[in-house]
Design a protein around this ligand. Sequence first.
Ligand code: SAM
Length: 228
Amino acid sequence: MNDAIDLRRERMVQQDLAGRDITDPQVLRAFRTVARDAFVSADLAEFAYDDRPLPIGENQTISQPYVVALMVASLRLVGDERVLEIGTGSGYAAAILACIAKDVFSVERHAVLADQARARLATLGFTNIHVLHGDGTLGWPEHAPYDAISVTAAAPEIPAPLLAQLAAGGRLVIPVGPDVYAQELIRVTRVGPDDYRQESLGGVRFVPLIGDKGWPSEAATRRDLRRR
Ligand code: SAM
């Protein structure tokens, strides 16, 4: 273990998470446990404990630690859950979820990222994370229902298959909005078979969720950016 890295990780937890509004002890423990520097390329490792997103290839990012913590905390996990994550990316948020929940099923659209994350998580010893290469806007029906769903890319609207795959009482957190620059982080709770309660957790900015029930293509989001 590298003492300097450990110190930076502890400072991130105290300053950027606990120092803001992240109070759930299980969430803070997960961020103390998982080495974010193992989820970025070696040339970016020195920035791994800054509270900001970093590039991971394929035009994608590992999210800002505070936003990951906010999303995980909003799922109110206690430890026995089956969790679906859409947007594996580097695998970091899946690792954080897997420190708290029983099983994590994570879907990634880019085969390269899915393969890298699967290999990295296996090397790090995670046995309760399952990574699928596919379109996460359709969920992962084989393992549904899920007690919690975390979507780490921004959708124009909430994909219906994800609502359908949420267990009774389950929570879904997702950035939503018509704007590819800025969205609202929404928590949905399934309060009845056809009854869902929605709350806003504030403004965020995520890369687009691209797929059958998301944005149609990267080109479509680029066209949207050029119109500004
Ligand atoms: N959770 C990731 C981490 O900890 O590194 C960060 C995720 S990054 C902000 C968003 C990810 O969502 C990208 O890897 C992107 O390829 C993926 N994504 C976008 N649309 C998707 C879809 N329809 N299905 C699955 N993954 C998708």
